[in-house]
Design a protein around this ligand. Structure first.
Ligand code: SAM
Length: 331
């Protein structure tokens, strides 16, 4: 078991498979895009697998694949098959924007993937194009992909919604309704001020308490729901609902004391906190011939240096952002 200096058990690794993305979501990337990493800087699948085998041996039993858009990286199905063989790894999940999810659904399922988070920040097609810069038929494909994933038996299917004032806050009740009607788990995520984006953070931020109030005014008190899988969301159900509602509040109420995660960036840096630029260069260690013992020592040392709390201090306006985009870090 990996433990940091504050007694937190670290058992969760998020891996950004690529900084490339087929969308330009306004809350994530500037519309003009960002400079992309050269291909050689991206960790190879072999390098990632070696790292995961080692860290799984130390007690990390939960891995999420993210990006950029993880499904645009070629070879991902075989990579998932290899991950599924790693002893000790109990929980594998994927976060995707869903654009090519429907095309890959069957293969993903056959490779052993069951848990998926799909980012859908609006249920309105026109607005979807504005938020994401997607092409016309993308929205329809995403919705079909979600329906087919329900049919094929993926579970849980979570829908990630970054709450944006003046953009999708008029749809909070529509998302709540969706969790009533379908076995979908809607997660409202507070907008985080990470690196540059297409919209201003201050003007667009909504705290989750406001979202909860809107839902409770319509549907009555949210019913606390015990999750099967851990995670930072506070989970609830509406009366007689098939799915659940989750609220992730990194800004308005920090959950650092329960943080169990590490992140591997697309260029192979082990990142100890989403908001801290302190990183350890795993890829270079591997490329310079590090042996298993070196890597174990590095991981233990890095975990011992995990910050107690993130450095966001919104009230003082003192957070200067961080060096990387969400796409490089993986959210
Ligand atoms: N391409 C995939 C997607 O769109 O879900 C995976 C990568 S995306 C960076 C991972 C998660 O980060 C998504 O759920 C996305 O909504 C979230 N995210 C990105 N920028 C964010 C921001 N500024 N604040 C809060 N969440 C953000």
């Amino acid at each position: 078991m990996l433990k940091d200096n504050f007694g937190r058990e670290i058992n969760y690794l998020r891996i950004s498979l690529t900084d490339r993305c087929n969308l330009r979501c306004i809350y994530c990337l500037p519309t003009e895009g960002v400079a992309l990493l050269p291909h050689d800087d991206i960790m190879t699948y072999e390098e990632i697998l070696r790292f995961v085998r080692i860290i799984a041996g130390l007690g990390v039993d939960k891995v999420r694949l993210t990006g950029g858009e993880p499904l645009v990286r070629s070879g991902i199905i075989d990579f998932i098959k290899e991950l599924k063989k790693i002893p000790g790894l109990k929980d594998l999940s994927l976060t995707t924007n869903g654009i090519i999810f429907q095309d890959k659904l069957e293969e993903l399922y056959k490779a052993g993937l069951r848990r998926v988070n799909i980012s859908v920040n609006t249920l309105k097609k026109d607005k979807y194009l504005k938020i994401t810069g997607a092409k016309n038929n993308h929205f329809t494909k995403i919705i079909r992909g979600i329906e087919e994933a329900l049919e094929i038996g993926m579970d849980p299917i979570k829908i990630n919604v970054v709450a944006l004032k003046g953009i999708n806050d008029d749809e909070i009740l529509d998302f709540a309704r969706l969790s009533k009607d379908k076995n979908l788990h809607i997660r409202f995520i507070e907008f985080m001020p990470i690196k540059e984006r297409g919209i201003d953070w201050h003007g667009s931020f909504i705290p989750v308490e406001t979202i909860k109030l809107i839902i409770e005014n319509k549907y009555g008190k949210l019913i606390p729901f015990k999750k099967k899988y851990g995670g930072p969301a506070d989970s609830f159900k509406l009366k007689d609902s098939k799915g659940t509602l989750g609220f992730i509040s990194p800004i308005s109420s920090c959950f650092c004391e329960d943080c169990n995660r590490l992140r591997l960036t697309s260029d192979g840096k082990l990142r100890l906190c989403l908001f801290s630029d302190t990183e350890v260069d795993v890829k270079n260690m591997i490329r310079n011939g590090a042996n298993e013992k070196d890597l174990i020592n590095m991981i233990k040392q890095a975990v011992s240096e995990k910050p107690k709390q993130h450095n966001l201090n919104i009230k003082n306006n003192s957070f200067l952002g961080c060096r990387r985009t969400m796409a490089e870090i993986g959210g």
